[in-house]
Design a protein around this ligand. Structure first.
Ligand code: COA
Ligand code: AMP
Length: 635
């Protein structure tokens, strides 16, 4: 019992001592001047004055230290029926060569490089090559549409974009290159050069003078060495949904990130160097950045790049096959993946075909883990199943059962205790702590630990306004929940308009902007409604402009297509309904929360500030007619 408590207390009472000691896990070119620079609150910097290279720490040093022939990456792609093992030595050589390609195209320290790629090892090579040069990568998830990519191009202003000819989704080849071309056309910033990895499943037309072929460029490149960068220099920008169509560019530094991620591998995930760690996510998400790429490699583990799905590639035994074949010790995924497996194989019969004795733990994150799924996974896998809570902004878990330190009794629905470095409070609207068990805004006392966001890309004012202003001295997580008498954290809901669809974070505000752009739409609202598989899915309500006579079904189809077109298939926006009016407060605020409760048949109260209560009955009727609001206005 003492291990966690001691470490957690020390991390808060003596953060410099705690993280200074953790920093010995990383090779430094020059030691830091101060572990924590707290001279300009509410902005803090970790390991200021220190110099290091993240790629050196993730790749080269392991080659020198005896891991040259160990697998660094296991690529397993059921969608292309291919597999590949890349040792640390091979990875170093590939990364050095690709860094040479980038340098040859004019990329230097501090320049941005966008990576828009499917789940292939070259995506990791591109990211690490940026880190090698001190360039700043920004990976954009392949399920986003060209418009979203264009928004990120305009904000990050990349010198180079790295892409592939295609990604492969079950049943269809997704041609990336035309999407990239369209994004560049839409963007006001134009990248100087693009590197295109040609895959056999799709051709790619290269623009002479701008686009280069990955293989040809690699063959001609001179390998580049690691460039020392400041600990506080940015390693990457990762865009995540904000409350509008303008995503937030979460920045990650080099020093704090390397220290914190390396530390979590042993002390939280309980993994040793040399073991096989699999985060079944995508490099386009923060889980992919932290636990497919950086943390396992910083720790000298073997990481897994899986180009497939939990079900359908070929069946619900895909994860068990992966664990058995690659002797995976730790699996990390989103609860939705397990819901999909449970749905297709409720009694886990496929599990009997595989020896998964190498598996020691399953970690779930990205959305609330429902107790049913947790129980199912525990019953069948017979290893600890750990729900842990984190965000793109934090880069690593805020709370979870710290397997690497000690395992606490599970409370279903709770993400257990705060990790060392995290001082978590629940505050009421007045900014004061609420009693244990009472719901409020979950905040973290500043300074946040290393590895968390030092800011938003070139948007300091937005950073302070979004995260640090509402509760001075604290980081606002935008999650609501409570802490019980035993210190267990329960994360219940977002306090903003973010929804979680299959573990993917999406902004309903951004979808509303797209709907509002339809010529027949006067007003609209998007809410997240409960979904058995994806946790939540978006549902749109549109009020039509006066005089529109077009058939409602056609308009609904058009707005659905528009969201897919402008945000991407990942939004999973498949349903919209036309309503006469939207329920609002007297000050004109749309009552999305109440609409969501009605849709999900949850208990709800008539808001005191409602303008016209009758509208809620209309909404209830409309929802009922499409299969929601089962209780039909039990309010
Ligand atoms: N490139 C292009 N399109 C993509 C894509 C990519 N990289 N990833 C997803 N899409 C598309 C899918 O093909 C799908 O399109 P469709 O509407 O034509 O069917 C859409 O985006 C939604 O994808 P997804 O969320 O994956 O839903 P799904 O219904 O295809 O699969 C699950 C459901 C549960 C199997 C799937 O969501 C899953 O594996 N989730 C794991 C969760 C995860 O990795 N979370 C990351 C954070 S930890
Ligand atoms: P993302 O930035 O995509 O990682 O999404 C972060 C959000 O996902 C958090 O703010 C939470 O709302 C939600 N989330 C992530 N993990 C959990 C969890 N274990 N339990 C509940 N919600 C979670």
């Amino acid at each position: 019992m003492l291990r966690y408590q001691d470490l957690h207390s020390r991390s808060l009472s003596d953060p410099e001592g705690f993280w200074g000691e953790a920093a010995v896990g990383i090779d430094w070119v020059r030691r830091w001047d101060r572990v924590l620079d707290d001279s300009t609150p509410p902005l803090y910097r970790w390991f200021a004055g220190g110099l290091l290279n993240t790629c050196w720490n993730a790749v080269d040093r392991h080659v020198e230290a005896g891991r040259a022939e160990q697998a660094a990456i296991l690529y397993d792609s059921p969608v292309t029926a291919s597999k590949r093992t890349i040792t640390y030595r091979e990875l170093r050589d590939l990364v050095a060569r690709f860094a040479g390609v980038l340098r040859g195209l004019g990329v230097e320290k501090g320049d941005r490089v966008i990576v828009y790629m499917p789940m292939v090892p070259e995506a990791l090579v591109a990211m690490l090559a940026c880190a090698r040069l001190g360039a700043v990568h920004s990976v954009v998830f392949g399920g986003f549409a060209p418009h979203e990519l264009a928004t990120r191009i305009n904000d990050a202003k990349p010198h180079v974009i790295v892409t592939a000819s295609c990604g492969i989704e079950p049943g269809r080849v997704v041609a990336y290159k035309p999407m990239l071309d369209s994004a560049i056309e839409q963007a006001t910033h134009k990248p100087a050069r693009c590197v295109v990895l040609k895959r056999p499943q799709a051709e790619a037309v290269l623009h002479p003078g701008r686009d280069v072929d990955w293989d040809e460029a690699m063959a001609a490149a001179t390998p580049a060495d690691c460039v020392p960068v400041a600990a506080t220099d940015p390693l990457y920008i990762l865009y995540t949904s904000g409350t509008t169509g303008q995503p937030k560019g979460v920045v990650r530094d080099n020093g704090g990130h390397a220290v914190a991620l390396k530390w979590t591998m042993e002390h939280f995930y309980g993994v040793k160097p040399g073991e096989v760690f699999w985060a079944a996510s995508d490099v386009g998400w923060v889980v992919g950045h932290s636990y497919i790429v950086y943390a396992p490699l910083l720790h000298g583990c073997t990481t897994v790049v899986y180009e497939g799905k939990p079900v359908g590639t070929p069946d619900a035994g895909a994860f068990w096959r992966m664990i058995a074949e690659h002797r995976i010790c730790t699996l990390f995924t989103a609860p939705t993946a397990f819901r999909a497996i449970k749905r297709d194989d409720p009694n886990a019969l496929l599990l009997k075909q595989y020896d998964i004795s190498s598996l020691r733990a399953l970690f779930l994150a990205g959305e609330r883990s429902d107790p049913d799924t947790l129980h199912w996974a525990e019953d069948h896998l017979k290893v600890p199943v750990i729900d842990h809570w984190w965000q793109t902004e934090t880069g690593w878990p805020i709370a979870g059962n710290p397997l690497g330190l000690e395992l606490f009794p599970v409370k279903y629905g709770s993400t257990c205790k705060p990790l060392p470095g995290w001082d978590i409070r629940v505050l009421g609207a007045d900014g004061h702590p609420v009693k244990p068990g009472d719901i409020g805004s979950i905040v973290a006392t500043l300074p946040l630990p290393p590895g968390t966001l030092p800011g938003l890309w070139q948007a300091e004012e937005r950073f302070v306004r979004s995260y640090l202003s509402e509760f001075p001295g604290h980081y606002q997580t935008a999650d609501a929940g409570f802490i019980d008498e035993d210190g267990y954290i329960f994360v219940m809901a977002r306090t903003d308009d973010i929804i979680n669809v299959a573990g993917h974070r999406l902004s309903t505000g951004a979808m509303e902007e797209v709907l509002a752009g339809h010529p027949d739409v006067a007003e609209c609202a998007v809410i997240g409604v409960a979904d058995d598989l994806k946790g939540q899915v978006p549902l749109g309500f549109v009020v039509l402009k006066a005089g529109v006579t077009k058939d409602h079904a056609t308009i609904c189809k058009e707005v659905v297509a528009k969201v897919r077109d402008e945000i991407g298939p990942v939004a999973a926006f498949k349903q919209a309904i036309v309503v006469e009016r939207l329920p609002k407060t007297r000050s004109g605020k749309i009552l999305r929360g109440t609409m969501q409760k009605i849709a999900d048949s949850e208990p709800w109260k008539m808001p005191a500030t409602i303008d016209d209560p009758v509208i809620l009955s209309e909404i209830g009727e409309a929802l009922h007619s499409i299969g929601y609001a089962k209780e039909k206005l039990a309010g």
